[in-house]
Design a protein. Structure first.
Length: 225
């Protein structure tokens, strides 16, 4: 097996990362650091380039689910787990303003969380941010998964999770994989149903955000909440 240690120091991504900073590394080099090692006859840098060539880009590769990644040549369960863990850590760092018990003051604060988690998914996911009386985050939960055509949302399940977390307020969010953030009639209908259901137990629905790679729309800012 070709070893990264046999490469010139300037071509060893781990050393370059520690000496020059992660921001200066290419997608290929960052991926090689995560992979750690390659295959017989191919080191991690070569394997990284093979994966990027096969999938077209780092973005396309990281959008894939665990089952699809595991089947890719050179990955398998351990490396797939590392890739998905790195992706989730990145998402959670991007979510900075929605750290547990931090107060949300603007729709943009919540939108940042939903976009970090949902915007790049190829399927629709309906999620909730549960908040306390001071609008501080208790937790984020993805509740329903659908297809590119939509997700089936059950108000009873949202209500059950809100009560479980002893939430005083809720912000809804889901993604449109098409990239078009414009809320559908179904989005407005489920927002009304959930607002009414939550109000029965004195929980406020603050907003419903539709997010995509191209931005977000706040139904509250539209006057629909």
């Amino acid at each position: 097996m070709t070893n990264l240690g046999s490469r010139p120091r300037s071509e060893r991504p781990r050393e370059r990362l520690l000496e020059a900073g992660a921001e200066l590394l290419s997608d290929r080099e960052l991926l090689a650091v995560l992979l750690g090692s390659g295959l017989p006859g191919r080191d991690a840098m070569t394997l990284s380039q093979t994966l990027l060539d096969e999938w077209g880009s780092l973005h396309a590769l990281m959008r894939r689910g665990a089952r699809e990644l595991i089947r890719a040549e050179g990955l398998g369960p351990a490396r797939t787990a590392r890739l998905l863990a790195a992706l989730e850590l990145g998402r959670r760092c991007i979510e900075g303003p929605t750290d547990r018990r931090r107060t949300l003051k603007r729709p943009q604060d919540a939108a940042r969380c939903f976009k970090a988690r949902l915007a790049d998914l190829s399927h629709e996911v309906f999620s909730c941010l549960f908040l306390d009386t001071r609008h501080r985050v208790i937790c984020f939960e993805a509740l329903f998964r659908g297809t590119v055509d939509g997700a089936t949302v059950y108000p009873r399940e949202v209500l059950k999770r809100a009560l479980y977390h002893e939430a005083s307020a809720v912000i809804l969010g889901h993604n449109h994989p098409s990239g078009n953030c414009e809320p559908s009639e179904a989005d407005r209908t489920i927002t009304t149903k959930l607002s009414e259901a939550l109000a029965l137990v004195d929980i406020r629905l603050l907003d419903h955000l539709v997010v995509s790679r191209n931005g977000h729309v706040s139904l509250a800012e539209r006057g629909w909440v």
